[in-house]
Design a protein around this ligand. Structure first.
Ligand SMILES: NC(=O)c1ccc[n+]([C@@H]2O[C@H](COP(=O)([O-])OP(=O)(O)OC[C@H]3O[C@@H](n4cnc5c(N)ncnc54)[C@H](OP(=O)(O)O)[C@@H]3O)[C@@H](O)[C@H]2O)c1
Length: 296
């Protein structure tokens, strides 16, 4: 039997509607507008398209949004100065520096320079630490999107065996930490696999919830999955182009096989991807409320 499709596009749309209403309420009741700056260094086409999508969504939600483009040869000192300018700008509540940065810039230094209260990507060590102790102000966007998809699809995480493939700071590690915490959409028993894991399949086969963020197209096969498992495919891999130049994307899971075994699965595209930007917007609304001491 084919699995239920977990439609990230639809869930993301519903959350954006909620956020839009919240932005209107903040405007009317408190006279404040969430402000987001996105900083793009260089001309990487994928980064350009991600930033464009973030700006467009911010605009649609009624944010005050600013786009800062800088050439690839900007000095680290000048980039840090730009971040400091927005750290001090009261109209801006969220600062996003699009990664990756050119090699001559120390990415860690740049992420450390963002005021943690404006760190809507939640990559600053202060926010990573707060996540670890179960007291996050901001959740990292892709893991937050995954958790929200699980909650809104009615997937029971409490007591579930979760297997995560991937241990990056952006996806694998934070989603593992979030799902093992005490609380709603969590309380799971989590195993994390990576390239040094001896027998990945022995782990995937016992997962009630399998989260794959390896960056390898169609890596997980249908017979690696426990019948009835929920599969969250985070991977976005370009495997070619159509005749008219459009990117052909595949996830990290062999979808056609997996959907015959799983009880529910996210498609690629249209699964986790649309949730990531939506969670960035949610963090920015939260940052606006924190900065204006709004508690309701
Ligand atoms: N939809 C979205 O919004 C979104 C957001 C972020 C990322 N992504 C996508 O998600 C994927 C992962 O992203 P990332 O940033 O986490 O990637 P990453 O930094 O490259 O990390 C990949 C992780 O997967 C592990 N891995 C790679 N090949 C493996 C294998 N054969 N067996 C077991 N583990 C393996 C690596 O292990 P080691 O640590 O041992 O090297 C690493 O921990 C990419 O396709 C990316 O494009 C999507």
């Amino acid at each position: 039997m084919a699995a239920q499709l977990i439609k990230g596009t639809e869930v993301a749309k519903a959350i954006r509607e909620e956020l839009k209403k919240e932005v209107e309420r903040l405007k009317e009741k408190y006279g404040v507008v969430p402000g987001l700056v996105t900083i793009l260094v260089g001309e990487n086409p994928a980064s350009q398209s991600y930033v464009r999508a973030k700006q467009q969504t911010a605009h649609e939600l009624g944010f005050y949004s600013v786009q800062e483009d800088r050439p690839a040869d900007i000095s680290e000192a000048d980039l840090l100065k730009l971040i400091d300018q927005y750290n001090k700008d009261p109209k801006i509540h969220g600062i996003l520096v699009q990664l990756p940065l050119p090699k001559h810039i120390n990415e860690t230094q740049v992420l450390y320079a963002i005021d943690p209260s404006k760190d809507v990507d939640a990559f600053h060590p202060f926010n990573v630490g707060k996540l670890m102790i179960g007291e996050p102000d901001y959740l990292p966007c892709t893991p937050a999107g995954i958790q929200e998809l699980l909650i809104r699809t009615g997937v029971e995480t409490s007591g579930a065996e979760v297997v995560v493939i991937g241990r990056s700071n952006i996806v694998g590690k934070p989603i593992a930490v979030m799902l093992m915490q005490k609380g709603k959409g969590a309380n799971a028993t989590v195993t994390v696999c990576h390239t040094r894991t001896k027998d990945v399949v022995s782990h995937t086969k016992r997962a009630d919830i399998l989260i794959v963020a390896a960056g390898v197209a169609e890596y997980v096969k249908g017979d690696w999955i426990k019948p009835g498992a929920v599969v969250i495919d985070v991977g976005v891999n370009e495997v070619g182009r159509t005749a008219d130049g459009k990117r052909i994307l595949k996830g990290d899971v062999a979808f056609d096989e997996a959907k015959e075994v799983a009880s529910a699965i996210t498609p690629v595209p249209g699964g986790v991807g649309p949730m990531t930007i939506t969670m960035l917007m949610k963090n920015t609304v939260r940052a606006c409320k924190v900065h204006n001491n709004i508690k309701d």
